[in-house]
Design a protein around this ligand. Structure first.
Ligand code: DX5
Ligand code: ZN
Length: 218
């Protein structure tokens, strides 16, 4: 069974609580929260207070994607706010084991994300410790960008690495996921799909999530 993690980056921020309730009613598996600092990526979005507010309106796991420098400074705030999965970028973290231990010490699931140009092999050394790998299929910073097809071999490679590890690590993809390409991404081995513009451009979120699920079921 695949999972759909709609990104609230494309939601109506003036009605964020209602949007997240609508996602839960529409059958989303996770809520993907894109945190950007204007340094690691060229955009600024939201922080821990928004996660705390969303924690009050949904029981869905909050899948928090930290696109920020020095994430160790903020991870305790996001954990206290009610994040369930905390994902940091390999490129932003100099001591990956230390950061993963920090997340686990706070009782949360730990994910590591790779930008499109970062090789899969950079995760070989941490695979035994983490719960999720997040493959960026666009350069992070904005919703609504086009899927970079050159990332497909890397998804296949990570699938093999995860299978070899013998651990139940989720393989999540983020960026440009649509109804018409989710099948090929699923065939490469991904099992959690972030979808921002694909979900929020639809007039019926439940129908769009069902379409994504149906096309992604291999
Ligand atoms: C990109 C973010 C994504 C993005 C996905 O920097 O990490 O989560 O919002 O949006 P779509 O699905 O529109 O590419
Ligand atoms: Zn994201």
């Amino acid at each position: 069974m695949i999972k759909i993690s709609p990104s609230i980056l494309s939601a109506d921020f003036a009605r964020l609580g209602a949007e997240v309730r609508a996602l839960e009613a529409a059958g989303a598996d996770y809520v993907h929260v894109d945190v950007m600092d204007g340094h690691f990526v060229p955009n600024i979005t939201i922080g821990a207070p928004v996660v705390q507010a969303l924690r009050q309106v949904t029981r869905l796991p909050l899948d928090v994607h930290l696109m920020i420098e020095q994430p160790d400074r903020y991870i305790p705030d996001f954990a206290a706010a009610g994040a369930d999965i905390i994902t940091v970028h390999q490129e932003a973290v100099p001591h990956l084991h230390r950061t993963v231990q920090l997340i686990h010490g706070l009782g949360k699931k730990a994910g590591v994300s790779l930008n499109p140009a970062t090789p899969a092999a950079t995760l070989e050394i941490i695979l035994q410790q983490i719960d999720l790998v997040l493959v960026m299929t666009v350069n992070p910073g904005f919703g609504g960008q086009a899927f970079i097809a050159e990332t497909l071999p890397k998804i296949r490679q990570l699938r093999e690495m995860i299978d070899r590890s013998g651990r139940a690590i989720e393989l999540e993809v983020d960026g440009g996921v649509k109804v018409d390409n989710i099948a090929s991404i699923a065939a490469a081995g991904a099992d959690v799909f972030v979808a921002g513009s694909a979900v929020f451009a639809a007039s019926d979120y439940a129908q769009r999530i069902a379409e994504l699920r149906q096309h992604g079921q291999t």
